[in-house]
Design a protein around this ligand. Structure first.
Ligand code: ATP
Ligand code: ZN
Length: 509
């Protein structure tokens, strides 16, 4: 305690590292290329965290989730090397992001079992004992008489691969109940939240609760404070239900920045004074040599495989436009799925996939195995699904209306093969935006009573992104999407990316 009776502590937070164990090319997000500025990497985080901790009497290091998914370190090792790195860095607590569920509950449980620090999320209810035995709503640091509560975005249920017995409650209600319980049971006033919800949601949370004065967030990859293009200050200060200040902070993504706050908590747990801000980690921060040697050794086994050239493309296979309309990469992958099913004897009328499943673009030139795995990291299998024409109409209506016929918010746009044609009018009311739907080769207006077979990915078949109002259970799992794409690229290079007009958005005047 200082002379005013305040408790001083340094708080460091990271979020959405997305398996960037190694440095990457700043802004471009591709592998580090020494001709350009490189950023991030756990060896830099280690150097900076050690330095900050040396200068602080008391400190806590938090991860706000989405450690999984984004590089081959995750695709190749699952959570194993991430856990090892986080243990070495000495995280004090973590909350779970949506992507921690990408490999299903079992993979997450294996990761959790390897961690040597507490993992908190108050709004996750699960019957998976490998998760429930480790995950706690909050954790108390008795030496600081400080509590940390975690919370995970409820969109996880539809956008990741959590098991059917794993569910996500309303964060605001749960957090308030947890704060109240901590105050009465533990007699603690310093309560902080680590929230994988998104920046806007964090501000809303701050405004609708009482008893928390620091919210460290993630998920939305929001630029704040000194970061160019910042959406808000660091900290963003929001009044809570008691009219007190709540600090909302976040640190963008991939470990390009870490968040840092030196805080004086008053006896009521409010923030009496602070200094700090986001710290950018680039070439000017030395890489911890021991940590970097580990990362280099882990990279070696997949690097040679990843660099193998399988073909080429004459232009950009673009992922960036896939959520708003037809995109070149979406056309290619859907056509590849359709072609694969026709050539393997499937009686399919077309193929579709989710825009959100296409994770990266591939630029003109050579295509490597690493490019393909980075774009399609989920290990999805291709499946055939049968639909009545009516079901197909309803599915595409749901997608263009962004809410399906069961009322669930559809969380991705769609991409389709050349044998599907969609026209929609976004100015029409939700539920009547689809203007025309044609299916089959040659294209024909969909017959609502006929049965169609379409190729897609297992994630969507089982209800992912809420494309299907009723998930299907009766499908056969075929070859893996990344492998089918690799074979296609090997056979058909150079690939010529094209927009063909298969998805038409009518523009209103
Ligand atoms: P963040 O990466 O910070 O969590 P986010 O989750 O909001 O951001 P996305 O990056 O779009 O958003 O990731 C979620 C999307 O990834 C899902 O909506 C879905 O489209 C896609 N996705 C997730 N799991 C799978 C999977 N197994 N197969 C195919 N697509 C998937
Ligand atoms: Zn997230």
């Amino acid at each position: 305690l200082d002379s005013a009776g305040n408790y001083n502590i340094s708080i460091i937070h990271t979020n959405d590292i997305h398996a960037h164990l190694d440095q990457f090319r700043a802004t471009a997000g591709t592998d580090c290329d020494p001709r350009y500025e490189c950023a991030g990497g756990y060896s830099r985080i280690k150097t900076k965290v050690d330095q900050l901790r040396k200068g602080a009497k008391d400190s806590l290091l938090f991860s706000i989730g989405d450690e999984f998914q984004g590089t081959l370190f995750y695709s190749y090792y699952g959570g194993e090397k991430i856990a090892e790195t986080m243990n070495v860095l000495g995280y004090d607590a973590m909350t779970l992001g949506n992507h921690e569920f990408d490999g299903g509950d079992d993979k997450l449980a294996a990761f959790l079992a390897n961690l040597t620090f507490p993992v908190v999320s108050a709004n996750i209810v699960t019957n998976h004992t490998g998760i429930s035995s480790i995950l706690k709503p909050y954790h108390i640091f008795p030496q600081h008489s400080l509590a940390v509560i975690g919370v995970t975005t409820p969109v996880t249920k539809g956008t990741s691969s959590a098991g059917p017995g794993t569910n996500f409650l309303d964060p605001i209600e749960v957090i308030q109940a947890t704060v109240d319980a901590i105050k009465t049971k533990e007699k603690i006033t310093k309560i902080v939240a680590i929230t994988h919800l998104g920046y806007e949601q964090d501000i809303e949370l701050a405004s609708k609760t009482r008893g928390i004065h620091l919210i460290m967030g993630g998920h939305s990859h929001t630029l704040v404070g000194s970061m160019p293009g910042a959406a808000g200050p660091y900290p963003t200060i929001q009044k809570n239900l008691d009219g007190e200040d709540v600090f909302v902070v976040t640190a963008y993504r991939w470990g390009e920045y870490i968040g840092y706050l030196d805080i004086a908590f008053d006896p009521a747990g409010r923030i009496a004074a602070y200094t700090g801000g986001p710290i950018r980690l680039t070439n000017t921060t030395a890489q911890d040599p021991i940590m970097q040697a580990k990362v280099d050794a882990w990279r070696a086994p997949f690097d040679a495989f990843a660099k193998e050239i399988v073909g080429s493309t004459t232009g950009l296979l673009d992922q960036s436009g896939c959520q708003s309309g037809e995109c070149t990469f979406g056309n290619l992958i859907s056509d590849v799925m359709y072609d694969y099913r026709i050539k393997s004897g499937g009686n399919v009328d077309g193929a579709f996939t989710n825009a959100g499943g296409i994770r990266a673009s591939i630029s003109a030139g050579n295509i490597t195995r690493g490019d393909i795995l980075t774009a399609f990291p989920f290990g999805n299998a291709i499946v055939d699904l049968s639909f009545t024409g009516k079901e197909l109409w309803d599915m595409f209506e749901g997608i263009v209306s962004k809410v399906n016929s069961a009322g669930s918010a559809v969380t991705s746009f769609v991409q389709v093969s050349q044998s599907i044609s969609i026209t929609y009018d976004p100015s029409k009311p939700v539920g009547s935006r689809l203007v025309s739907l044609k299916v089959s080769d040659p294209l024909q207006a969909v017959d609502l009573t006929k049965t169609y077979t379409l190729a897609t990915i297992d994630f969507l078949a089982t209800g992912g992104d809420y494309f299907l109002t009723t998930p299907k259970t009766d499908f056969i799992v075929l070859d893996k999407l990344d492998e089918v794409l690799t074979a296609y690229v090997q056979e058909h290079s150079p690939i010529t990316p094209a927009i063909t007009g298969r998805i038409t958005k009518l523009s209103s005047k």
